[in-house]
Design a protein around this ligand. Structure first.
Ligand code: GLY
Length: 388
């Protein structure tokens, strides 16, 4: 017998944000379904998985910092719960991060970041170039100084996505392997979706968690279309042969000629090098230029990477919002909530997003920490600034 096409909650999008929302909703006793042709895919298949609340702090983003830190604090329990439930290791590694400067301009930039971190009450330590190299001997000899941030960790997003699919299945979440084509609205209330193959899925509440595609769902009233846009990131994966280990013991990052580059070493020998940041619409081509720039910048930081096998290149789309912060919770349309727009922080924000959305779905209210991220903060003016 096929499972019924009606649920309490229907989540559109089976990336990590949709999956964590569905899992937490099902744990609250809500009959939950996820509609996605390929659950566990999306931007997390590309992401490096840095949990970088402190090293990715920017001026003007102190409110987002609060949410990022709240989610980072949840990671140890979140990872342990998922591993215990599914038997799967998430590659959660409490390795810390070292952000380094290669020239005088980078050094000034890092000094500014250090001052902002201290003003914000965050822990980071300024190191000389020599101290940086003592920590990470593979660093280039010319490194001029750096910031040691022992609280910025990593998780493997591909493993996280697989574990979330498994946790959802164990919690009774139903997967509808199809594209959600259009929202159905009945009596001024979201009532479900119609899939590309023409199937109608009905639900008491709908969560739109479609990443950068969230604004493309047909049938959304104009004033609830989420103002998200795609920001392309190209990423490389290298492999550290056993004889070279330990190559790096923590995430190492820098800004080189104005572009972010980071190297995230996994325990299994994978070394993720990311990422470009390109406003090119829906293009996900891996380009020679993107790969060249990443390798050039990573090589300036860690010259020894040229010895390593290059095992994968890929590109994905970050779902960016006008203020770089996510859109969480109820919209102006009854029955429709959003969990999208996580931009550079989707992996980090997964635990807090799951908890916040589950509370919304169970009680109708966002928890206090998530209230600043209500989609209602964007008016119609913000929506009209989005590209067509
Ligand atoms: N958070 C890293 C990135 O978006 O590239």
């Amino acid at each position: 017998m096929s499972s019924p096409r009606t649920s309490d909650v229907l989540v559109i999008g089976g990336g990590i944000i949709g999956l964590v929302t569905a899992w937490r909703a099902a744990q609250r006793g809500l009959a939950t379904a996820v509609v996605d042709p390929d659950p566990g895919g999306g931007a997390a298949r590309v992401a490096a998985g840095m949990l970088a609340a402190v090293t990715e702090l920017h001026y003007g983003e102190q409110t987002l910092l609060g949410l990022n830190l709240a989610s980072a604090r949840r990671y140890p329990d979140f990872a342990a719960e998922l591993t215990e439930l599914t038997g799967q290791d998430l590659g959660y590694r409490r390795c810390g991060t070292l952000a380094v400067a290669l020239d005088a301009d980078d050094r000034a930039h890092l000094r500014e970041l250090h001052a902002l971190q201290r003003q914000s009450g965050l822990e980071s330590e300024w190191l000389s170039g020599r101290e940086c190299r003592r920590l990470e001997p593979m660093l280039a000899p010319g490194v001029r100084g750096g910031l040691r941030v022992d609280g910025d960790h990593q998780v493997d997003p591909r493993r996280l996505a697989r574990a979330l699919v498994s946790a959802c299945q164990r919690a009774g979440v139903v997967f509808r392997r199809a594209w959600a084509e259009g929202l159905t609205v009945v009596g001024e209330r979201a009532a479900g979706v119609v899939t590309r193959d023409g199937t109608t899925l009905a639900a008491g509440q709908v969560v739109l968690a479609g990443g950068s595609l969230s604004g493309r769902l047909a049938g959304l009233p104009q004033d609830v279309v989420p103002p998200v846009r795609p920001v392309k990131g190209q990423v490389l994966r290298l492999t550290v042969p056993r004889r070279y280990a330990p190559f790096l013991s923590r995430t190492v990052r820098a800004v080189v000629r104005g572009s972010q580059v980071y190297l995230v070493p996994r325990e299994n020998g994978e070394l993720v090098v990311g990422a470009t940041s390109e406003e090119l619409g829906w293009d996900t081509t891996v380009t020679a230029g993107g790969v060249y720039e990443l390798l050039r910048d990573a090589h300036e930081l860690i010259p020894g990477i040229t010895e390593l096998p290059l095992t994968e290149t890929c590109a994905g789309l970050r779902p960016a919002s006008p203020d770089n912060a996510p859109l969480l919770g109820p919209t102006r349309l009854a029955g429709l909530s959003l969990a999208t727009g996580h931009y550079r922080n989707g992996v980090l924000l997964a635990p807090v997003t799951g908890d916040a959305l589950a509370q919304v779905l169970a009680t109708g209210e966002l928890p206090d920490e998530a209230r600043p991220f209500t989609p209602r903060r964007f008016g119609v003016a913000a929506l009209s600034e989005q590209p067509a």
